[in-house]
Design a protein around this ligand. Structure first.
Ligand code: ZN
Length: 166
């Protein structure tokens, strides 16, 4: 597949559109075809090398993603191919003391697609299936991918709680 990556920190000119290996969903993961991916100021900080996030070069940015599920790994029950989804911006571990208390924003091992793993500046991205918000049950089902991303900003606190029980 194609992805936009950078091999060194710097201005927008360091971004390269290039061929990369196709990602495959592992157990508990879903493969998404990316329909839209926003540019967040954190993406720019990561590209500039000022984010303090632990990224490995070359890197694919992008954590505000909307897409369609195209394949799922072993044991996935939350989503199926064809579902329109948006991954949580911050993916908590669901195991640490903070997560056990339901205070996910303090998770000791919180991570982001597009930071600790490849993000959505690509044709495809892999996400934990439990961390996907599905829109088939929302009146937003017919809206554009960019609105799906914006809608997560409004509903993510509730979504974090609903997903924490799974
Ligand atoms: Zn945690």
């Amino acid at each position: 597949m194609h992805a936009v990556r950078f091999h060194e920190y710097g201005p927008a000119e360091v971004l390269r559109y290039e061929e990369v290996p196709d990602p495959k969903p592992g157990p508990g993961e879903a493969l998404l075809r990316v329909r839209a991916c926003a540019v967040n100021h954190v993406d720019i900080d990561m590209r500039n090398g000022t984010s303090r996030l632990p990224i490995t070069l070359p890197h694919t940015l992008g954590f505000e993603i909307a897409g369609d599920v195209v394949a799922v790994g072993e044991g996935v029950t939350e989503v199926a191919p064809g579902d329109r989804v948006s991954p949580l911006f911050q993916i908590h571990c669901r195991e640490c003391e903070w997560c056990e208390r339901g205070e996910h924003m303090h998770c000791e091992r919180i991570r982001m697609l597009g930071a600790q793993s490849a993000g959505g500046y690509a044709e495809y991205v892999v996400s934990p299936s439990w961390a996907l918000l599905t829109y088939s049950a929302y009146p937003l089902a017919d809206c554009t991918p960019s609105i799906l991303i914006r809608s997560q900003c409004m509903c993510s606190p509730r979504s974090h709680h609903s997903h924490s029980r799974q």
